[in-house]
Design a protein around this ligand. Structure first.
Ligand code: NAD
Length: 287
């Protein structure tokens, strides 16, 4: 450490609360060291109310970049100088990059998800997609699918507080991405869901179902899985959800949530330093 940190070392960091559990400092600091880049990444526990001061500090210390986590992602989008297309539609950002004092906010959950699909041989352009959920992860994915040229994004959500968000995403995407057909339906409408799954190319679970302690819950009956269907989950704990196991058994291409997490980190790293993240080396180091 005494060899790596100098008077010239640039600062990057994560802002939000809580942040103590975050794996980001370990991952980015490993990568900086591996790539011989003179940056250090720390986690700062800050509240929404402290975000205006946080932005003053980011500029004062000339921080190159960093991340925002809950509950600071929405307020961050109001404080940055510019927003990426996805961050503008969503009104939230989880990444910032500082180019000579101009701070751009990005949202990379959806980019990481789509990149992971592509790496696994499932590009989204011109594809019909069904997305279960309308929370943070689901919204970022829906927006990125539309921006990346998906033909259809059919959103299904239960009748809870997130349903309204799905309606609002539909309205925004219809305006910004008119070539993508976006629909919103109730997840409880089994007939509509079955029809949509039968007709789609990619089925995505972006709800909390399938995640511990709901690991026995799947939202789509496995009898609806067809061979040409790609089934993707955002849930990464367990690594293989029940839905992913059933999709594999049905002969579908099945893509779990771990890759989304990794690709998001890689996308962020590239935004910070313009280089591919040494992901394989970091995974090896973690073993
Ligand atoms: P959120 O709280 O913002 O949204 C929760 C969603 O789950 C909503 O759409 C809600 O309607 C739905 N839901 C809740 N209970 C349900 C039920 N009983 N039946 C059907 N739907 C139900 O959560 P989030 O932050 O968007 O996270 C959603 C999932 O995405 C989680 O499983 C999380 O682990 C995963 N995620 C993965 C990554 C990754 O990198 N792989 C990143 C972010 C989130």
């Amino acid at each position: 450490m005494e060899k790596r940190i100098s008077g010239h070392t640039g600062l990057m960091g994560l802002f939000g609360t809580p942040v103590g559990h975050s794996g980001s400092p370990a991952m980015y600091n490993f990568s900086f060291q591996h790539d011989g880049l003179d940056y250090a990444y720390l986690a700062f526990d800050v509240t929404e109310e402290q975000m205006p001061k946080t932005f003053e500090a980011i500029k004062l210390f000339n921080m190159r970049g960093g991340n925002f986590t809950m509950p600071c992602k929405n307020i961050a989008a109001k404080l940055v100088d510019k927003l990426s297309p996805a961050a503008e539609i969503i009104g939230a950002c989880n990444v910032f990059v500082n180019d000579d004092g101009v701070i751009t906010g990005h949202i990379t959950d959806g980019i990481g998800f789509v990149k992971n699909l592509e790496i696994n041989g499932a590009p989204v352009k011109d594809k019909k997609t069904v997305v279960l959920g309308a929370g943070g992860a689901a919204t970022a994915i829906q927006v990125q699918l539309a921006l990346d040229g998906a033909k259809e994004v059919k959103i299904f959500n239960i009748d809870d507080k997130f349903y309204e968000r799905a309606e609002s995403t539909k309205a925004k995407l219809t305006e910004k991405c008119p070539d993508c057909v976006v629909t919103v339906d109730h997840l409880e409408d089994a007939e509509k869901l079955a029809q949509a799954v039968k007709e789609c190319d990619i089925l995505i679970n972006a709800t909390t179902m399938g995640m511990k302690p709901y690991e026995d819950v799947t939202l789509v009956d496995k009898s609806l899985f067809h061979k040409d269907l790609v089934v993707a989950d955002t849930v990464y704990n367990p690594e293989k959800t029940k839905m992913i196991v059933e999709a594999e058994e049905a002969g579908c291409k099945a893509i779990g949530g771990v890759g989304m997490l990794q690709q998001q980190g890689a996308v962020n790293y590239e935004l910070f330093v313009g280089k591919e993240m040494p992901l394989a080396e970091y995974q090896e180091f973690q073993k």
